[in-house]
Design a protein around this ligand. Structure first.
Ligand code: AMP
Ligand code: MG
Length: 481
């Protein structure tokens, strides 16, 4: 059977200044690491049976019929500094597929060779970041958080040099609602290309927010999506790590899994990324950075507004409404994590006080909430270094639960559906990568399988619920470049 992708490439129909046509650069020896068949089915993609033929497709060596490969241009603020031109430096958009129910998704090969936007880079990726993105993006999806997905991972049979190390090259096939970023708007705004900005805005609204009315409606919708997304991240202890405006999807999906990490012990100021020296993208700073990023989007949209002064005023009001919208989502998330049916006065303080004692007691974020969701929730206290901080909080929580009048069994079921047993812990990802580099992909497969049902107990994999032993702890993560 030959491959069939139901392509309909709307981005490729935009004016040529949005992208450069660019085929993937073939690799010497494609090897299939993983293919996500349920996702392929969902997208309406038919794949050949032969793993070699599948590998050739996802390595960029064999283009599926109907592909229109291109590299997208964008700009962005990286750590607050303006970079006038970025773009797909190692990614090639094969095209968009539209499935039977009309869902449109980008199919992109990341690590597919040099493009006009590669700057000094080699256009390639190594196996580590490819497996990391595969594991974490699929885990995010299973957790119910908007995200790009992983359709396939292949090795290239070629060596990639990173910091003096020779590492196995690899390519991930990323699926996204689109790859339109805040930085895409910024690129055309910076070029004062109002016609392109207008075309991009129309394209984006039609594709992601058909109910939105013009640039203001788009801005409002993107603000809502970011508020929802960041509350969802924080609800599972996720730190994106590189929330530059070129890494913020207009569609509200988590994108760019470079230096991201889930925290083990709770700490509001937790940072993993080796290059985030000042904690700009620290766990609890993510909503603040979102405001900053959304203000860049608002600025980029301004040239479309006939009355600039009036637009500055309305756009500012929208941006200023972000904290309220974020807090609504975040407080709702926390209430659900604590098993509360209604939101009452004092609930936010109750949740924040738990976070505060977790921080003091160096308690594991995921394990604490999971323990509270199980029979004998008092055992959650065992995870606190300072044992005395937990019981008074626990008594308050019990008293508050009594006010809701829900059965313990119903509360537990609801809590287990929002407090995962399993998250992609850093030390597990490191183990997966080390094994894979040594040629053993079994740990990668096992971890992917466990994380596909993160809210199920899976007692046989109980060890995967644990945080790292001191010698396993990962304190730093790196961009995947
Ligand atoms: P990122 O840190 O992944 O958001 O990438 C920032 C910019 O660097 C983007 O324009 C990427 O396309 C580009 N880039 C990252 N890695 C490479 C690479 N290995 N080769 C070429 N360009 C790259
Ligand atoms: Mg990026």
């Amino acid at each position: 059977m030959t491959a069939h992708f139901p392509f309909d490439n709307s981005y490729a129909r935009l004016p040529v200044r949005f992208f450069t046509e660019q085929p993937p650069v073939p690799v010497s020896r494609p090897g299939l690491v993983a293919v996500n068949r349920p996702l392929a089915d969902e997208l309406g993609i038919t794949l050949p049976e032969d793993p070699q033929e599948i590998a050739a497709i996802f390595a960029g060596n064999a283009l599926p019929p109907g592909a229109a490969p291109l590299a997208q241009v964008y700009a962005g603020h990286q750590f607050g500094g303006w970079v006038p031109q970025l773009g797909d430096g190692r990614a090639i958009l094969l095209g968009e597929v539209v499935n039977r129910t009309g869902t449109r998704r980008d199919i992109q090969l990341k690590g597919a060779g040099r493009t006009p936007y590669s700057r000094m880079g080699d256009g390639r990726a190594w196996l580590g970041p490819v497996l990391r993105e595969y594991v974490v993006s699929e885990a995010m999806h299973a957790l119910g958080i908007p995200t790009t997905r992983a359709l396939a991972a292949v090795t290239t049979g070629e060596i990639v040099l990173r910091e003096g190390r020779a590492l196995p090259g690899a390519i991930i096939t990323r699926v996204a609602a689109s790859h339109i970023r805040i930085g895409t708007f910024q690129f055309f705004a910076a070029h004062k290309d109002v016609a392109a900005l207008d075309a991009l805005t129309r394209h984006t609204i039609a594709r992601h927010y058909p109910e939105a009315d013009g640039p203001l409606g788009l801005l409002r919708a993107v603000i809502g999506a970011q508020a929802h997304l960041i509350a969802a991240w924080m609800g599972v202890g996720f730190i994106h790590g590189v929330m530059n405006t070129d890494n913020v999807s207009i569609a509200g999906e988590t994108i760019d899994y470079g230096p991201c990490a889930f925290m083990d012990a709770y700490a509001a100021d937790k940072v993993f990324s080796s290059i985030d020296q000042f904690g700009r993208y620290a766990y609890a700073n993510q909503p603040n950075v979102a405001v900053w990023n959304l203000a860049q989007l608002a600025t980029a949209l301004l040239p479309l507004m006939p009355d600039r002064e009036a637009a500055v005023k309305t756009f500012t009001e929208e941006i200023n409404a972000f904290p309220e919208r974020f807090n609504a989502a975040w407080h709702r998330t926390l209430a659900r994590k604590l098993g509360l049916t209604a939101q009452r006065e004092g609930d936010v303080a109750l949740a924040f006080d738990l976070l505060a004692i977790m921080e003091r007691g160096q308690a594991d974020f995921t394990r604490t909430f999971r323990a509270l969701s199980l029979p004998n929730p008092g055992t959650a206290g065992a995870g606190f270094r300072q044992r005395d901080v937990f019981p008074p909080w626990f008594d308050r929580w019990q008293a508050r639960l009594a006010q809701d009048g829900r059965s313990a069994a119903a509360r537990r079921a609801a809590m287990q559906a929002v407090n995962p047993a399993f998250i992609p812990r850093n030390h597990r990802i490191e183990q997966v990568i080390d094994a894979a580099v040594a040629g053993d992909f079994a740990p990668f497969r096992r971890l992917t399988r466990i994380l596909a049902t993160p809210y199920a107990d899976q007692p046989e994999h109980a060890a995967y619920q644990n945080g790292p032993a001191p010698e396993e702890e990962v304190t730093r993560t790196f961009c995947g470049t």
